[in-house]
Design a protein around this ligand. Structure first.
Ligand SMILES: [Zn+2]
Length: 379
């Protein structure tokens, strides 16, 4: 899906080149009323959203090396090229980075190398407002932010102070001349309170309305809300989520991307009154985890193409289904994210059975409920 627009663009450019018309990538030529050539620049950006970056004890054990360090490089080896091919790739960091000791469920304390593995895979922006962001309390919440800042990773959702939030939220990211305002909220912090001066973005319509108004004052081309919401293990959105998505879109949010339930939920492209398309992803599912319950090994990478001339439109979107596999490499189980297109012959029989069964369940769900979006590279 990603390559198609570029292929078309390449063909167009070749076509113009044949006619001797020098064109910049992303530019379209047209004839003015007086017959003179005019140039209307169409800017284009491609975005990717992946699900929850979870880390359980089994992953910590698997990533530990003999020298006492941790290495997650292999976890993303089969999805790295796809992630890296987008202009901006965004994921939910559902762990804290408090330094040792490292623990899995129920309070996620991950080695910094876990984040580095995700960054090396091509993720650009990290969401931190989720129910696990307070798992290592104030010290961990603050250190997570320090680590992200030290690596110059744009992030949003949790803040050390209100002043820090005021200076950085909503997060505005500009790519290819398109200004993207990102929002991020969570329903709760697993009952672990956060205390002043820390701030966690909770789902609160009064606060969100103020934030959306603030986002609009930043003169963005698009506003995208990332919501940590929903009921665990339920594969369809509930009324609360539907009401909230409707409300966010009515407030002026362009696209709503959700996560948290550990399973995928359907994806909808809605047509606004003005013809604009709005993407609603109810749940991206787990991207990487040590969960094995039915359907929790499946996740989504959803891609969007935005084009801007006088307005900015969603012109293309699709998704890749992923499966978190655990192949044995040198006697060690390595948590490895596989795209649904991964060769079947390279999996152990038991794993192949789970891969096929869980992906088939997701496809049945999507065939039944998806609106206006198709799986990449499938007829
Ligand atoms: Zn969650």
């Amino acid at each position: 899906m990603k390559r198609k627009p570029f292929l078309l663009l390449t063909l167009l450019l070749l076509c113009f080149a044949c006619q001797g018309g020098a064109q910049q990538p992303g530019a379209q030529a047209g004839a003015g009323a007086d017959g003179a050539e005019t140039e209307d620049t169409v800017r284009r950006v491609t975005l990717l959203f992946a699900g929850d970056l979870m880390q359980h004890q089994g992953q910590i054990n698997a990533a530990r090396r003999a020298d006492g360090t941790w290495d997650y490089t292999d976890c993303f080896r089969y999805v790295r090229d796809e992630i890296s091919s987008y202009d901006l790739a965004i994921a939910n960091l559902e762990v804290t980075l408090p330094g040792p000791p490292y623990t899995g469920y129920p309070q996620f304390r991950a080695p910094d190398a876990f984040l580095q593995g995700a960054l090396d895979a091509g993720f650009d922006v990290m969401l931190t407002a989720n129910n696990h962001c307070c798992d290592s309390h104030q010290a961990g919440l603050e250190r997570t932010i320090r680590v992200l800042d030290s690596l110059q990773v744009p992030h949003l959702g949790t803040y050390r102070t209100q002043e820090e939030r005021d200076a950085n939220y909503p997060l505005l990211v500009e790519r290819n001349g398109i200004r993207i305002a990102l929002l991020n909220y969570t329903y709760d912090t697993n009952g672990i309170p956060f205390r002043k001066p820390n701030v966690v973005n909770l789902i609160d319509r009064t606060q969100m309305a103020a934030d959306i108004a603030r986002a609009k004052r930043m003169n963005p081309d698009v506003i995208i809300a990332n919501m940590h919401w929903g009921i665990e293990y339920v594969m369809t959105p509930n009324k609360q989520m539907r009401d909230l998505a409707d409300w966010l879109l009515a407030q002026g949010v362009d696209h709503v991307i959700g996560g948290h339930p550990h399973v995928v939920q359907p994806v909808e492209v809605r047509q606004g009154k003005d013809g604009a398309k709005h993407l609603v992803v109810w749940s991206l599912g787990n991207y990487i985890s040590n969960m094995t319950k039915d359907n929790t090994e499946v996740g989504l990478m959803v891609n969007l193409t935005l084009e801007k001339d006088s307005v900015t439109r969603l012109t293309d979107c699709g998704y890749t289904i992923t499966f978190c596999s655990r192949p044995a490499v040198s006697g060690r189980r390595v948590h490895t994210v596989l795209p649904a297109s991964f060769p079947q012959g390279e999996m152990r029989p038991a794993e192949r059975e789970r891969f096929n069964r869980n992906i088939a369940t997701a496809r049945r769900l999507f065939e039944k409920y998806n609106v206006g979006i198709k799986e990449n590279n499938r007829q």
